[in-house]
Ligand binder design. Structure first.
Ligand code: SF4
Length: 393
């Protein structure tokens, strides 16, 4: 008997029992029939499942929203501290001039968005930004570069590895998003101390060609495979509001939840329409779709960090809290999120305070990766600085 069923049956039994009478065998209330058995079973599962069928994901996604979010919240509490929200900061370390045609992106060189392309930021500037993010409460620092892939970028990779080690030395989780990478580059990044690699699938395999034509869905999955095989945590999510339908959101959720291992992180982005891009006139995805996607992600990937990502600035505080209650447990915070505006640290800390949330520590949960290294004494910034002084003296 599932937890939901047991709980509801106990409630009904208490309501219907008369003092001094024999208790009737309990029956399920009518609303229980609106919860598909697969969702009832998910509430008592003790380990993540990778063998979801698309039909099962569909049934979960289509559950009446109040019942779906109740179940996702129950699952969230079983796998995470429901008050802990991870604060991450995402810095663009190389802006614009990208050869790809992602039709939502301000950084594609194919669209006239008014964004000025820059060279890669110097290592020291990036480390200063990471220190600032840490001082403000972020425990994960992500770095993005507007590239198709890492081919022929030896010097850039060397600098990025320095950035990665430097940020890890501060005791922060560190993530990069650099486009497609191969197995050698994944290994080099892992050796530098990388916690996670972000490479979003964006949408369903079926809808994908409407959004991007310059690289295939399979190429994206290949990069995720290299990352996973190198022992780096996978961060891969979607963007809602690209013009996709429920069937596409279900398909995306099915794809990520039936990978050989669930991504450690699943970012849920709401499209921020950028004037000048082909999707510049799109309306914000309805909040109900965003919430439903978050709740379904929590059910099908119970141990994953579900990241409320781009577009959060357009949500009211109450809508954000609904997302946290349904299972989202990470936000991007700081001055900017790549090229778009972002909720700031102070604002987020005040919101957490009002609603009883607190910032999650680095490597605080199972699956974060690197916890063992942290426990084994990965060098802190102070220790690393000491070592540098020793080496040069
Ligand atoms: S690959 Fe990344 S930076 Fe380049 S256009 Fe696509 S989303 Fe933008």
């Amino acid at each position: 008997m599932t937890a939901l069923r047991a709980h509801s049956l106990r409630t009904i039994a208490l309501r219907t029992r008369s003092y001094g009478t024999v208790q009737n065998p309990p029956t399920s209330p009518p609303w229980m029939s609106k919860i598909p058995p697969v969702l009832q079973e998910a509430t008592t599962a003790t380990a993540p499942r990778m063998n979801w069928t698309r039909e099962e994901v569909k049934q979960i996604y289509e559950t009446p929203l109040s019942l779906l979010t109740y179940a996702s919240s129950t699952i969230h509490r079983a796998h995470h501290d429901p008050s802990a929200i991870q604060m991450c900061t995402l810095m663009n370390i190389k802006t614009g001039g990208c050869s790809e045609d992602c039709s939502y992106c301000a950084q594609s060189s194919r669209y006239n968005t008014g964004l000025k392309a820059t060279k890669m930021s110097p290592v020291e500037d990036v480390l200063t930004a990471a220190r600032n993010a840490k001082a403000n409460g972020s425990t994960r620092f992500c770095m993005g570069a507007a590239w198709r892939d890492m081919r022929g970028r030896k010097t850039s990779l060397k600098n990025i590895k320095e950035m990665v080690s430097g940020v890890r030395g501060m005791g922060m989780e560190v993530c990069v998003t650099l486009g497609m990478i191969d197995e050698h580059q994944a290994k080099e990044l892992k050796d530098a101390g990388l916690t996670a690699y972000n490479h979003n699938l964006d949408t369903s395999r079926e809808y994908y060609p409407n959004v991007i034509t310059t690289r295939s869905y399979d190429e994206r999955l290949k990069t995720l495979g290299y990352v996973r095989d190198a022992g780096i945590n996978v961060c891969s999510g979607g963007i809602l509001g690209l013009g996709e339908e429920d069937v596409d959101r279900i398909s995306l959720l099915h794809t990520v939840s039936s990978l050989p291992a669930h991504p450690e992180s699943f970012p849920v982005n709401a499209l921020v329409p950028i004037p000048g891009t082909p999707l510049g006139n799109r309306k914000m995805v309805p909040f109900e779709k965003l919430l439903r996607t978050i709740a379904t992600a929590r059910v099908v990937m119970p141990a994953t960090i579900v990241r409320l990502a781009a577009g959060r600035i357009s949500l009211s505080e109450e809508q954000q809290v609904q997302c946290f209650l349904a299972g989202a447990n990470a936000v991007f915070t700081g001055e900017k999120m790549l090229t778009t505006d972002c909720n700031g640290w102070e604002e987020d800390r005040a919101m957490f305070e009002r609603w009883g949330f607190y910032p999650m520590g680095s490597f605080e949960r199972p699956g974060a990766g690197g916890a063992a290294e942290a426990a084994q004494g990965m060098k802190t910034e102070t220790e690393a600085e000491g070592a540098r002084v020793e080496a040069t003296s």
